[in-house]
Design a protein around this ligand. Structure first.
Ligand code: HMG
Ligand code: MG
Length: 298
């Protein structure tokens, strides 16, 4: 059975733009987020409160967030540590995300920490966020494969998922950071998480389309009962600390599939496509999304 409704967690403005070579002007980012909200997206990840030297593309978080915080949508932001949380809370953020890794190599590259040191860094972040009634998402990168370590054992992923939930995260996002997952692997991981008592409603999926598997993987997750799917408008993005990561699943491709399945998302596909075409013009190159190309072809 497939769900009747899916919540799309839009990551283009954060995961997409963090991976651009150039820095997009703050006003353009704000307009991008406004257009995404206008297209019917209800969860729009806005930016990251990380070290500006690590992700210079998002160094304008303090300027950007107040430009969009009036929107009637959820605007989660990434915070790696208490310093990041302080920066987000002072601006009135109501949803934050910490970001763990299932592998040691990526924990080191992305956070300058071991897996367990990173979890220890997140613990007070989650505790303080929950005390402030702020919703917390726990990302988990490299859930399927890692560019340095190869295939990632399921038990290794399950351990970190449980730590994130035990510390109080409301939701997980299982990241296929380099896009190597295939549907059978997705089913196996989700089955193991269910076996271990992780409720499906607490699971989101975050696929990258490197090998063209993102939609097939999404369908496998929906069949397991997952109803939160991450996607990036126009297929923007990747990850600056993972060499072989290419674009995220494009939101338009996801909406096209869900519409065909009769699954409600609340998204207006024409408006969303127009937004991605507009953004592609700002970035000076076409969107890699097949759906954007098909719908904008004249
Ligand atoms: P570090 O160098 O170990 O930092 O980096 P530190 O804790 O030793 O602190 C060093 C200095 O940084 C200090 O300043 C801190 O105050 C400052 P000093 O005392 O030297 O003047 N500092 C900060 N400044 C501003 N904001 C902060 C902050 N924290 C410390 N929050 C750190 C550790 C975590 C900070 C760094 O590694 C970092 O910022 N990493 C972020 C990397 C990142 O954003 N990656 C992309 C997101 S993950 C992703 O994209 C994957 C995902 O999409 C899912 C998927 O596809 O897998 C989510
Ligand atoms: Mg990503």
């Amino acid at each position: 059975d497939l769900p009747a409704r899916v919540r799309i967690h839009e990551v283009g403005a954060r995961d997409g733009l963090q991976n651009e070579k150039g820095t997009v002007p703050t006003e353009v980012k704000a307009e991008f987020i406004r257009r995404l909200a206008d297209a019917g997206l209800t969860t729009i990840e806005a930016t990251s409160f990380v070290h500006p030297k690590w992700v210079p593309q998002l160094a304008d978080a303090e300027q950007l967030f107040p430009l969009v915080s009036d929107l009637p949508v959820a605007l989660p932001v990434l915070v790696p540590n208490e310093r990041g949380l302080d920066r987000a809370l002072v601006l009135g953020a109501r949803q934050v995300a910490v970001f763990a890794s299932a592998t040691e190599s990526f924990a080191k590259a992305n956070l300058n920490r071991t897996v367990d040191e990173a979890l220890a860094m997140f613990e007070p972040v989650v505790t303080r966020a929950k005390a402030a009634d702020v919703r917390v998402r726990g990302y988990l990168s490299m859930c399927f494969g890692d560019p340095w370590e190869g295939a990632v054992p399921i038990h290794q992923v399950v351990r970190v998922c449980k730590s994130l939930l035990d510390m109080g995260c409301d939701e997980l996002s299982l990241g296929d950071t380099i896009g190597v997952a295939t549907p059978g692997h997705v089913q196996d991981l989700l089955a193991e998480l269910t076996e271990e008592g992780v409720p499906t409603r607490a699971i989101g999926v975050h696929f990258h389309d490197t090998y063209g598997q993102a939609l097939a993987n999404t369908l496998a997750a929906l069949q397991h009962g997952v109803t939160t799917v991450d996607a990036s408008a126009g297929g923007l993005g990747g990850c600056p600390y993972a060499r072989s990561a290419t674009g995220n699943l494009a939101t338009e491709d996801l909406v096209w599939m869900l519409q065909g399945l009769g699954i409600d998302t609340g998204v207006d596909l024409a408006r969303l496509t127009a937004t991605s075409v507009w953004m592609a013009e700002r970035l000076g190159r076409p969107s890699p999304s097949r759906t954007v190309r098909a719908l904008s072809h004249k």
